[in-house]
Design a protein around this ligand. Structure first.
Ligand code: NDP
Length: 599
């Protein structure tokens, strides 16, 4: 990493700061996170599950279980598997999807693949004895692995799929949660884990006229292969006579573009902000290496990756890829606060921009594809076929100069007064992040005395570790509100599952009927969060708008302030959880024994 900052370097920094500021300002909008549209009402059809059998029916289930888990994605799946490992098998898992997998159930778009190394992302490789076929496995392999975990831990019999949770209520009378669903189920459960997903609720851009388009349109997380033909791995032959617009150039679209480009008659990639696109260098798993893996290898590798991308610089960088290189060069890439760090980031971004020049043949397109912000302002992308796709005659980059699409008409996408007639619009516009917790979940949680979580948290969340909430006994939340943040979500989810399953098993073993945090412990946790705000929050505040920084908002309402995650390094957050559960007594929680008959 560069350490000395001389006059010439400072001048360079001044110039790039001004450029970054100007690019950020171009993109700031008064409506901020309000610019997006939920997939409801007029846009309800965008949310339809294209993969599940619409004719599926089953009899309503009425039963009493020890644990109910809402969400069968990586978080819920890990929680269930780990509960089984702990000997707690009396459980139910509910999900609106038709199978396990969460994000890997929904995201079947062409080209979908793990954007971090699959050996550290795909959970429970040790337990299942499975080794991914490639360093960056494709989505179908990850989805199949989620199914493998479901099968191995006997979870299919416990799952209620294609089932929407409608209402969740706690009762002190019987010390139980009651969960009502769209299929007429009534489940009573002592413990409730809500693993509703972090980037799970797809959103549309609030572009005027979206609803007027007469052609085909869908979101990337609801890919319509019936229309495009092909499959996640096969050519989409029905697009050969179709003009397609892809809106968005985030981590999803980077993976989609090469696949659309190979068959669409013409592809318009509509860009508001370019992503950084580094070298991917995917490769098949070396069977010799796989043969050397000893029990415990994955945990060690996951922890090593998380240490590395937390700037901890362990002696060996096991994953050794573009992601870890960012932090190898600049351990503080997520909280740049010195000129030396700024310069190091600038050098990395110059390399990203130079890569564009080496690949793109048209100079104007090359300029438009260059990102101007600090590298970690957006999720860094790595792909070897994305940039070359723009050299194809059937692909046009429609750069909106940071302004986004102006309008959508019956048959076209309009950018800066120019109309691009298309047959199909694919929205790679991402997922809700800044909306309320209830909006993201799609149902309300009613705690003691019927109080809604939305009301209890009107002034912002109040939790212990982002997981337990006063007034909501035995509720365990897997989210980032007041919780940890991760580059490898699967690692965080695995650790949250460890924590929740341990806690539940502990309560069962000790005859504890309810657990909930004290108000003092929640306040102390909030003070801890405030103490960690520091450099990382400042870093994001100056970033180009996006879901990492509430679309560039710098004004924080008191409620938003209370929603902040634990901004310290993830290993520290995980250490807090670990130390708390290994202390002689569980601190900051009220525990009540099982007292009622039949409990
Ligand atoms: P993003 O939110 O990252 O991207 C949305 C895109 O839509 C952005 O390029 C955005 O532009 C653009 N956009 C929004 N509104 C408009 C508009 N009005 N006009 C034009 N463009 C617009 O969503 P993604 O689905 O790409 O990625 C979300 C996250 O999912 C990733 O950050 C990553 O965490 C995860 N992911 C993980 C993968 C994995 O393998 N683990 C793979 C893919 C995604 P702008 O940037 O200007 O806001």
């Amino acid at each position: 990493m560069t350490t000395a900052v001389d006059g010439a370097a400072r001048a360079k920094l001044d110039a790039v700061r001004a450029k970054y500021r100007a690019e950020r300002e171009k993109r700031l909008r008064p409506d901020g996170v309000g610019q997006y549209r939920a997939l409801s009402g007029t846009f309800e059809d965008f949310d339809r599950d294209p993969y599940a059998d619409p004719a599926f029916t089953r009899a309503p289930v009425t039963e009493d279980v020890e644990v109910a888990i809402i969400g069968a994605g990586i978080g819920g799946l890990m929680a269930a598997a780990k509960l089984v490992q702990q000997g707690v098998t009396d459980l139910r898992i509910i999900d609106k999807a038709g199978d396990f997998g969460g994000t890997w159930y929904w995201n079947r778009y062409p080209g979908a693949a793990c954007d971090i190394e699959s050996y550290v992302y795909m959970p429970m490789l040790d337990e299942t004895g499975y080794v991914p076929t490639e360093k960056y496995a494709k989505a179908p392999e990850i989805f199949a692995h989620c199914q493998r975990i479901g099968t191995q831990f006997g979870l299919y019999d416990k799952a209620l799929f294609q089932t929407l949770v409608q209402d969740v209520r706690w009762s002190d009378d019987d010390g139980r949660w009651t969960i009502s669903t769209s299929r007429g189920d009534t489940l009573r459960a002592r413990f409730l884990i809500v693993a509703g997903g972090i980037l799970h609720k797809a959103k549309l851009p609030g572009i005027p006229g979206v609803e007027t388009f007469r052609g085909k349109s869908f979101h990337t997380s609801r890919w319509d292969y019936g229309y495009t033909g092909g499959s996640p791995t096969e050519r989409m032959d029905r697009l050969v006579d179709k003009r397609v617009a892809l809106i968005g150039t985030g981590a999803t679209s980077i993976q989609v573009v090469p696949r659309l480009a190979e068959t669409a008659q013409h592809l318009y990639v509509v860009q508001r902000t370019p992503s950084t696109v580094g070298v991917r260098a995917n490769r098949p798993t070396d069977p010799e290496w796989a043969g050397t893996l000893q029990p415990g290898w994955q945990k060690a590798r996951m922890e090593n990756f998380t240490q590395t991308v937390s700037g901890r610089q362990p002696e060996v960088d096991m994953v050794d890829d573009g992601f870890t290189a960012i932090f190898g060069r600049n351990p503080n890439a997520l909280g740049i606060s010195t000129e030396a760090e700024e310069l190091s980031d600038l050098e990395a971004m110059e390399a990203v921009r130079a890569r564009v020049d080496t690949i793109i043949t048209d100079p104007e397109t090359a300029e438009a594809l260059k990102p101007w912000y600090n590298q970690m302002c957006k999720r860094p992308c790595f792909h070897d076929d994305y940039l070359p796709a723009f050299n194809r005659p059937n692909v046009t980059l429609v750069d909106t100069g940071g302004k986004g699409v102006e309008r959508i008409t019956e048959d076209a996408v309009v950018v800066d007064g120019v109309s691009y007639p298309v047959d199909c619009i694919v929205y790679g516009s991402g997922f809700e992040v800044g909306s309320g917790y209830k909006s993201r979940l799609g149902f309300e949680i009613h705690g003691r005395d019927g109080i809604a979580l939305t009301d209890a948290w009107a002034d912002g969340p109040a939790t212990l570790h982002g997981m337990l909430a006063r007034g909501f006994p035995n509720l365990m939340i897997f989210d980032q509100l007041q919780g940890g943040i991760a580059i490898n979500f699967a690692h965080l989810m695995t650790e949250l599952a460890d924590h929740a399953s341990w806690l539940i098993a502990h309560c069962v073993k000790e005859g504890i009927g309810t657990i909930e945090p004290t108000a003092e412990a929640q306040e102390a946790w909030f003070q801890t969060l405030l103490s960690k705000l520091g450099a990382q929050a400042m870093f994001f505040a100056q970033c180009t708008p996006g879901y990492f920084n509430a679309e560039g908002s710098t004004a924080m309402s008191p409620a938003a302030m209370r929603s902040v995650p634990y901004f310290g390094p993830l290993p520290d957050f995980l250490g807090v959880l670990h130390d708390w559960r290994n202390a002689p007594a569980l601190e900051g929680v009220e525990l009540h024994p099982i007292t009622r008959k039949g409990e």
